[in-house]
Design a protein around this ligand. Structure first.
Ligand SMILES: Cc1ncc(COP(=O)(O)O)c(CNc2conc2O)c1O
Length: 372
C-alpha cells in the first residue's frame, strides 16, 4: 500500500469476502437479492473495496448507515441501489433523489418535510423511499397499521416519492431463544398485512436472520457481519456453514531488549519484571483502535502467545517474548501464526464487547492492505 511507513496494517482478504458472500447468495431463494451492508467503512474493512468484492460475489445493492457513506460509494462509481438505513435529513431529499439513493422513512412527518424540499427543488427524479417498521427493535419505524397505511397513502399521492421498499429489523435473530423473534415476525405480518400491495423490496433479514431464520427472507437480505466472516451470535449459535474471517492485523517488533528482575514497563510502571526476560515493542496502540483494555491479552510471535505487559500506549505496546527475537520479526495481533490463532472474537471477549465493535473501532491510522 502506497504511503505505508509503519509495519502495522490491517490485512483484508478479498477472497474470504467473496467466498462468504457467494455462499450466502447461493443459498438464497430465487428472486431474493443480497444487499451488502458496508456501513462504518465496511465494518472497518474498507467500504469501497468491500462493495467491489461483494458485487463480484453476487451482491446487487448496498446498505449504509448515513448519506455520506452512500455518496462515497456513488463517488467511487457504484451505480447499484444503495439504501441509507438511518434517518436522513429531509433537506437532503433532493440530493438523494438526484443520486438515486434510497431513504429510510420512519414517520410521516419526515415525508411531508422531504416533499416540501423535493417540490421546491423540482427534483428530476422521485425520492426512493423504504418504509421502516418498528416490530420490536425499538429504534426507528412505524408501529401501527393506521400510521403505516396513512404513510403509504401519502406516498401514493405524491409523485415526488417512490415507494420502493418496506422493512423491519430483528433484535434477537442471533439468539438461540426465538420467542422475541417470533413476536416480531407476528407484528411484521400484522403491519404488512394491512397494506393492499407491497413495494419492490421487502426485507427483514440481517446476517443472523438469513443464517438461522432463512424462511423469513422475503426478497432482499441486508447482509453484514457474516459477509466479513464473523458469526453474528459470537459463539452463542453454531453457524450452518463455514465462514472465512476477512480481517487480520499484523505488525513487527521495532525494539527488543532484555530487562532485569525489578525493572518496570509502561505508563504508571504497572508492570515490573519478576525475573530477567526479553521484552519486545510493537508499533500499535489505542490511537489505532487497539484498546488499553487489552493490557494482559496476548499477541503471536513465531507462533507463540506473548503477553501484553504494562499499559497499552497511544502508539506502542510491549510484550514479553519467550526468547530474544530480531527487530523486524512479524507480530500477529489478529489472525493465524503457526498453530495459534487470535480471532476478533478473542479480542472482543477479552475487552468484554462484541467483534462488531472491535472491527469498526480500528482507526484510519491503520492502513487497510488488500490481498487476493
Ligand atoms: C437495519 C440493519 N440491517 C442490517 C444490518 C446488518 O446486520 P449484520 O451485520 O448483523 O448482518 C444492520 C446492522 N446494524 C448493526 C450491527 O451492529 N450494530 C448495529 O446497529 C442494521 O442496522
Amino acid at each position: 500500500v502506497v504511503g505505508v511507513h509503519r509495519p502495522t496494517q490491517l490485512v483484508i482478504d478479498r477472497q474470504a469476502l467473496r467466498e462468504n458472500i457467494h455462499a450466502a447468495v447461493s443459498r438464497l431463494a430465487d428472486g431474493c437479492a443480497l444487499f451488502m451492508v458496508v456501513k462504518a467503512n465496511g465494518y472497518g474493512h474498507g467500504a469501497v473495496q468491500v462493495a467491489q468484492a461483494a458485487k463480484d460475489a453476487g451482491a446487487t445493492g448496498f446498505c449504509v448507515a448515513i448519506l455520506d457513506e452512500a455518496l462515497e460509494l456513488r463517488a467511487a462509481g457504484f451505480n447499484e441501489p444503495i439504501l441509507v438505513l438511518g434517518v436522513s435529513d429531509p433537506a437532503d431529499a433532493p440530493l438523494m433523489a438526484t443520486q438515486r439513493i434510497s431513504a429510510t422513512v420512519a414517520a410521516q412527518d419526515w415525508l411531508v418535510e422531504a416533499n416540501e424540499y423535493l417540490t421546491l427543488a423540482h427534483a428530476a427524479q422521485p425520492l426512493r423511499v423504504h418504509l421502516g417498521l418498528d416490530t420490536g427493535m425499538g429504534r426507528i419505524g412505524f408501529k401501527t397499521p393506521a400510521a403505516l397505511q396513512s404513510a403509504v397513502a401519502y406516498l401514493n399521492d405524491n409523485d415526488t416519492l417512490d415507494f420502493e421498499g418496506i422493512f423491519t429489523h430483528f433484535s434477537t435473530a442471533d439468539s438461540a431463544d426465538d420467542r422475541y423473534f417470533k413476536q416480531q415476525v407476528t407484528t411484521w405480518k400484522t403491519l404488512t398485512g394491512a397494506l393492499d400491495q407491497l413495494p419492490r423490496y421487502v426485507h427483514v433479514s440481517n446476517s443472523a436472520t438469513s443464517l438461522w431464520h432463512a424462511e423469513c427472507n422475503a426478497n432482499m437480505v441486508r447482509f453484514g457481519v457474516a459477509g466479513y466472516g464473523l458469526n453474528p451470535s459470537g459463539t452463542a449459535v453454531k453457524l450452518p456453514y463455514t465462514l472465512h474471517p476477512a480481517m487480520s492485523l499484523t505488525s513487527e517488533l521495532v525494539h527488543v531488549k532484555k530487562v532485569a528482575a525489578g525493572e518496570s514497563v509502561g505508563y504508571g510502571a504497572t508492570y515490573t519484571a519478576s525475573q530477567a526476560e526479553w521484552v519486545g515493542t510493537v508499533p500499535i496502540g489505542y490511537a489505532d483502535g487497539y484498546e488499553r483494555r487489552l493490557q494482559g491479552f496476548h499477541v503471536l510471535v513465531d507462533g507463540q502467545p506473548c503477553e501484553i505487559i504494562g499499559r497499552v500506549c497511544m502508539d506502542q505496546l510491549m510484550v514479553r517474548l519467550p526468547a530474544e527475537y530480531q527487530r523486524g520479526t512479524q507480530v500477529t495481533l489478529v489472525g493465524r501464526d503457526g498453530d495459534e490463532t487470535i480471532s476478533l472474537q478473542d479480542v472482543a471477549d477479552y475487552c468484554g464487547t462484541i467483534h462488531y465493535e472491535i472491527a469498526c473501532g480500528f482507526t484510519s491510522r491503520l492502513p487497510r492492505c488488500y490481498r487476493h
